[in-house]
Structure formats: structure tokens, C-alpha cells
Ligand binder design. Sequence first.
Ligand code: ADP
Ligand code: MG
Length: 255
Amino acid sequence: MSTSRASTVGSKWVKTKVLLRNKELRKFVPETRIYTQANLHSMINRYKMVYIKPMNGSFGQGVIRVEKRDKYVFQSGEVVKTFQTFLDLFASLNKSKLNRTYLVQQGIHLLTHQNRIFDTRIMVQKSPKKTWEATGWIGRVAHPHKIVTNFHNSGKPLPLGLLLNPYLKNKKKEAYIQSLRLLGYQIAKHYQRYYPGFKEIGVDIGIDKALKPWVLEVNTAPDPFIFNQLADKKMFFKVLRYTRANGRFLPIKRK
Ligand SMILES: Nc1ncnc2c1ncn2[C@@H]1O[C@H](COP(=O)(O)OP(=O)(O)O)[C@@H](O)[C@H]1O
Ligand SMILES: [Mg+2]
């Protein structure tokens, strides 16, 4: 599984299995399986809410949320459908899915901001001194009618501290953000054992109503420009400086 190039890191499934190898990090990973009828059936019965996502997707594209209430409800993009039986749901899912491999993951009931779900992106980079540093942290608020928070899927990036305000105050809030940064750092350190070549990761962390963080996805070619969405550019400038030092988005003048 070891490789020296970040671009060959592979699918969400491989990246999830790498996380599961670490017993400290495992606690933060929602249960994840390959999408099959049997796996969907047992996961939806256990968790009542699951996310189905393409194994090689990005930008929240093709992500579907399924809930079991008195009926089965599925949502993809802004389209919501309801079904009386599991088999009706499954048949319909197979029609709306594309012909590729999907994962089914325990759904996390994310915190909200003005009734819109949000999650967080933690950027962890090799510094010019070659040590790992959590350089960026930001909240991403979903479009009011969507179930994904991605910036490239009409999500709105906002300061994480602002979004956490109703849940945590002052020192507790600062300490909580620190703990998310530490989690990102620990993931980078662990990943490095399997992928020695890569220099940056962007961790998507969902926070549930009990404020437990959950690692939804690890991105191995994270976009630094999301941090440019914040009015305060300090974080963005540092992220970009490190990105360039790491050989991505190179400066115009080079020797
Ligand atoms: N298990 C989950 N529980 C709650 N929300 C999720 C879950 N998985 C994904 N999401 C939402 O969907 C978004 C996209 O999923 P993600 O796994 O990050 O795939 P992508 O590569 O498309 O970004 C996440 O940022 C989050 O908002
Ligand atoms: Mg993501």
C-alpha cells in the first residue's frame, strides 16, 4: 500500500482503511463499508441515517443521504424522495447512482448554523522546516437545501470560531479548535507512515451534537484557496506560502 506519490494515494476506501489501522484514530472514523444491498440494509437499520458516496468522488458530487424514519427518505442534490419499503428505496437508488463503486457510511448529525449543516476542513502541511503543522481551519456551511458542505457545491466557508459560538465559548472554544488541529496533525503523522511522499492533507471533520469530531474524509491534494474566502487573510497567506514551499502552485518567478 506504500507509495511515495500523493497523487496515487487512491480511493476513499483505501484512505479510510489506512485510518482504521491506527487504534487512536479509529475512534473518529464513522463506520464505512462498500455499498451493497446487504450493507446498506444493515447500516440503515443500525444508524437510521447513512451517507452513500462514490469511492472516487469529489466536491460532494454524487453524495446521497438516506434516512429511515417512518418512511425511507433519500436526498441527492436538492432532490428528496420517499419510499415505503427498503426494496423500493434500493431500486430507486440504483437508478440514480452512476455505474461506479460507492461507499456507505454511518451518517453524522452535524452541527448547524442558521438551520444549515456545517463541517470543518483542517489543513495540515509540511512546514519549510519539514515538520507537520495544522495551518488552516475553517467551517463550511451547506446550502440550505443541500446535504453536503463542499465549497464547490454551493457551501459557504466561514470562520470556524464563529460557527462554534452557539456551542462553545471563549477558552473552551479555543481549546476545542486546538483539539481539531491536533487530530489533523495526528492523521498527517499516521498517513506519512504509509505515504512518505506527500506533504499536505485536508481533513474533513464533522462534529456531532455531542461535539464529538468525526473524520468524514482525508483529502491528499487539498485546495488552499478555500482559506482565501475568509476576510482575514492571515491564515490563507501562511497556507499558500507552505503550499508553494511544498512545490504546488509555484510562484511566478523561479530559478
Ligand atoms: N458520514 C457523513 N455524515 C454526515 N455528513 C457527511 C458524511 N459523509 C459526507 N458528508 C457530507 O458530505 C460532504 C462530502 O463528502 P466527502 O466524503 O467529503 O466527499 P467529497 O470527496 O465529495 O468531498 C462532506 O463534506 C459532508 O458535508
Ligand atoms: Mg470532502
